[in-house]
Design a protein around this ligand. Structure first.
Ligand code: BGC
Length: 248
């Protein structure tokens, strides 16, 4: 079965056919910029462009969304995309745009977590694993016994009187031209808060910044849980979306 994964992010929409034996992309990924405003119709067109770029019709497509997705279909929040997504039936919208292809929609961090648990840093772990993705926002995916609790949204915990992702996302680091030390201090504070609430055994740190884990993970102190970078790095969302689609 040919399965594609597509990752809708705050800055780009990227996708590829996925090899689910290896847990990796089967072809180089294709990316378009996320339209602004990122309305449902404009983003759906971007998704179609990505899928069409591979010139073959897949059997199924898994698609991530950067917000709460309930029932595998309905968008409930849209922190970093256009608010008109709220209450949209994304499975129906994206399926229609893709000429009736069966699509599976899930939260982007949940997808990344699924990929890491299956193929990456969380493989074989049955204890409590918390994947956190640092990017435009902060995403979270919580696993116990390898089972996902979807839509945890821990990026919106309150930290120092602010939404945590407004303090510690990589976008904030870039917007304020923060040093690694300064940013790592904020991430450490955030991890300590999350640890106090959930006592995970393992934190998997994902998002584009996981490629630079050596620059900030060594600066983080005082956390009891193991902390490791994601292994699939920026492809985790695509692979996890395809994995979810393969389960139907
Ligand atoms: C959204 C989450 C998402 C995260 C990463 C947050 O603002 O609320 O649903 O997983 O950003 O994109």
């Amino acid at each position: 079965m040919e399965i594609f994964g597509v990752d809708i992010g705050g800055s780009g929409i990227k996708g590829a056919p996925v090899d689910l034996e290896r847990g990796d992309l089967a072809q180089e990924r294709y990316k378009v910029l996320t339209p602004h405003p990122a309305t449902p119709e404009a983003v759906a067109k971007g998704v179609k462009e990505v899928v069409d770029s591979f010139g073959a019709r897949p059997d199924r497509v898994g698609i991530t969304f950067p917000g709460v997705v309930t029932g595998g279909s309905t968008i409930r929040t849209a922190a970093n995309v256009d608010k008109s997504w709220v209450d949209v039936d994304a499975r129906a919208l994206l399926g229609a745009e893709l000429d009736g292809l069966p699509v599976t929609v899930l939260n982007d961090a949940d997808a990344a977590g699924v990929a890491e648990m299956e193929f990456g840093a969380g493989r074989g772990r049955k204890d409590t694993v918390l994947m956190l993705t640092f990017g435009t926002g902060i995403g979270s995916a919580l696993f116990s016994e390898g089972v996902l609790v979807p839509n945890t949204e821990l990026g919106h915990l309150e930290l120092d009187g602010h939404d945590a992702e407004r303090r510690a996302s990589t976008k904030v680091k870039e917007d304020h031209d923060m040093s690694w030390e300064h940013w790592a201090h904020r991430v450490q504070k955030y991890l300590a808060h999350v640890e106090m609430l959930f006592s995970p055994d393992l934190f998997v740190i994902g998002g584009g910044v996981s490629r630079k884990a050596h620059k900030f993970l060594p600066l983080i102190e005082g956390i009891k849980a193991e902390i490791v970078p994601a292994q699939l790095q920026n492809n985790a969302g695509i692979v996890g979306a395809a994995r979810a689609a393969s389960r139907g």
